[in-house]
Write a protein that binds this ligand. Structure first.
Ligand SMILES: [Zn+2]
Length: 127
């Protein structure tokens, strides 16, 4: 804004009197500054990239795969939840779950086999 008396530019945070001529500066002092209500809206930079699509074809997170491997139920649920929005990730999670499930079943069968071999071995040894 400018001083109504001498025309000196006055910074908006100045109060009281004009630093140049001493004339009082108030709400009623005429000014050629643009009233705030007519100020242009703040500049908003445009988005550098277009809005990403809702469907993601990115690979599943490694940690997520590990979780799916050890907790197959998580991967199976994730598959049905994410198959529309993240088809690649969902499929990978399902695969890891199935592999984890297979490994679990395999270890279980192996444990049973080892147990039987051990028991029958003991019986054969001490009978
Ligand atoms: Zn002045």
């Amino acid at each position: 804004m400018y001083c109504a008396n001498c025309g000196q530019q006055i910074f908006p945070n100045s109060t009281g009197t004009c630093p140049n001529c001493g004339a009082p500066i108030g709400q009623n002092a005429p000014t050629d500054a643009v009233p705030p209500q007519y100020a242009p809206p703040p500049y908003v930079p445009p988005m550098p990239y277009p809005v990403p699509p809702t469907v993601s074809y990115e690979d599943a997170d490694v940690i997520l795969k590990i979780v799916c491997f050890f907790v197959p139920l998580v991967g199976i649920i994730l598959y049905f939840v994410d198959r529309d929005t993240k088809p690649v990730s969902a499929k990978q999670c399902l695969n890891m779950s199935l592999i984890g499930l297979g490994v679990s079943v395999g270890i279980s069968i192996l444990a049973v086999v080892v147990w039987f071999v051990f028991v029958f071995g003991m019986v054969a040894t001490f009978s």
